[in-house]
Design a protein. Structure first.
Length: 121
């Protein structure tokens, strides 16, 4: 575990050590968004990404809620309800968090697999 985090809390529960700014939603509410330097993006992704394998910063990911793709390095992190949330760049408009991300290639492959199903042989 990274020494920036205490041993009794997981990275998702301990507020990241970065300044914040308001992330304002269309309805006027807001949450804190961390201002993460580019050179720290990879380590933050490794700490907060809940699945394996962890994508590369250059990977293109599909956000199910926004129905759009984005480059992983464009992720955002908010502090809400006492937790760090790894979210898509479209979060203010669509609400897409890390659980709503799909590998763009896997999504395309899945669709083509369905199209290739031919049970008439």
């Amino acid at each position: 575990m990274n020494s920036e985090f205490s041993t009794d809390e997981t990275p998702i529960e301990e507020k990241l050590p970065y300044p914040t700014k308001p992330m304002v939603f269309p309805n006027g509410t807001s949450v804190e968004e961390f201002i993460i330097p580019e050179e720290d993006k990879e380590i933050v992704l490794e700490q907060l990404y809940p699945f394996s394998p962890i994508p590369k910063l250059t990977d293109v990911i599909y956000d199910l809620h926004a129905d759009k793709t984005f480059t992983v390095k464009d992720f955002r992190v908010t502090w809400e309800h006492g937790m760090n949330y790894l979210v898509s760049p479209y979060y203010p408009e669509s609400g897409g968090t890390v659980i709503d991300w799909m590998d763009e290639d896997a999504w395309v492959d899945n669709e083509s697999d369905e199209d290739d199903s031919d049970f008439t042989d």
